[in-house]
Design a protein around this ligand. Structure first.
Ligand SMILES: CC(C)(COP(=O)(O)OP(=O)(O)OC[C@H]1O[C@@H](n2cnc3c(N)ncnc32)[C@H](O)[C@@H]1OP(=O)(O)O)[C@@H](O)C(=O)NCCC(=O)NCCS
Length: 213
């Protein structure tokens, strides 16, 4: 992550996108579940990783190595351990809870909640980051996943979550606005949003059993 600083300005690129609370069942895509990282979806995860890498994401992960059950188990363990605040983390790292969005054993996406902010995360990264595998995009997965994650963020003590995205990432902006995000500022091509986490459970999917803490 490159720390960037600069003048604050308005964000003309994001005007006209309305902030609406989502009704449950948003989108036509699969009704997923927000779950901790799990070995159960190894093959699907590895297939998703190949999709991400075709567009340049996750270059550091090795799908061939992760196809091995033992290697994948260790990988899942590391992801889960990153949420443990008692574990010693490298300098500059903060505890992070990662959830996977899963529908019928198919891995669809990932969402991570950082428990607190560093100066670098204040500028870029924020509390919550997410992505959806390319073959599952534009079906409402990210919106459902983000809404389902809000109670988890609230339980971590985050009354408002900071989210950031690049000014040219229109899909991410639509997701954040649709979930109630409010633009804070735009600096050097990065938009920052604040998102209230204490929302009506009827809009988060929790009442549908969509989250598995
Ligand atoms: C951003 C991302 C998570 C969205 O996931 P998704 O499951 O496709 O999102 P949803 O289907 O819930 O919503 C996407 C919205 O963006 C819109 N959209 C998608 N591509 C778009 C584009 N190129 N320009 C404008 N809008 C776009 C969709 O139409 C939809 O809006 P609508 O429901 O109002 O019509 C996904 O594109 C992704 O993983 N991108 C790479 C990683 C990333 O950018 N993560 C976010 C970092 S802040």
């Amino acid at each position: 992550m490159t720390p960037k600083q600069g003048r604050r300005s308005s964000a003309p690129g994001v005007r006209g996108i309305s902030a609406v609370r989502l009704p449950p069942g948003i989108g036509n895509g699969p009704a997923g579940q927000l779950r901790p990282a799990t070995e159960q979806v190894r093959l699907s995860y590895v297939a998703a990783l190949r999709e991400y890498q075709a567009e340049g994401l996750y270059p550091d992960l090795n799908p061939v190595a992760l196809s091995d059950p033992a290697a994948f188990r260790a990988y899942v363990h590391r992801i889960r351990q990153a949420a443990d605040s008692s574990v010693q983390l490298p300098p500059g790292w903060v505890p992070e809870s990662t959830f996977w969005w899963i529908a019928q054993d198919r891995y669809l996406g990932r969402l991570a909640i950082r428990h607190r902010l560093t100066p670098a995360l204040q500028r870029r990264g924020g509390h919550i980051g997410f992505d959806v595998r390319p073959s599952a995009r534009n079906q409402g997965c990210a919106k459902r996943m983000l809404m389902a994650a809000l109670p988890h963020a609230a339980r971590l003590g985050l009354e408002h979550a900071l989210l950031t995205c690049d000014v040219d990432n229109l899909a991410s902006q639509r997701v954040i606005f649709a979930c109630g995000g409010e633009l804070i500022d735009r600096t050097d091509g990065i938009l920052r949003f604040t998102l209230r986490t204490s929302v009506d459970p009827a809009t988060t999917g929790e009442h549908l059993g969509e989250t598995h803490p």
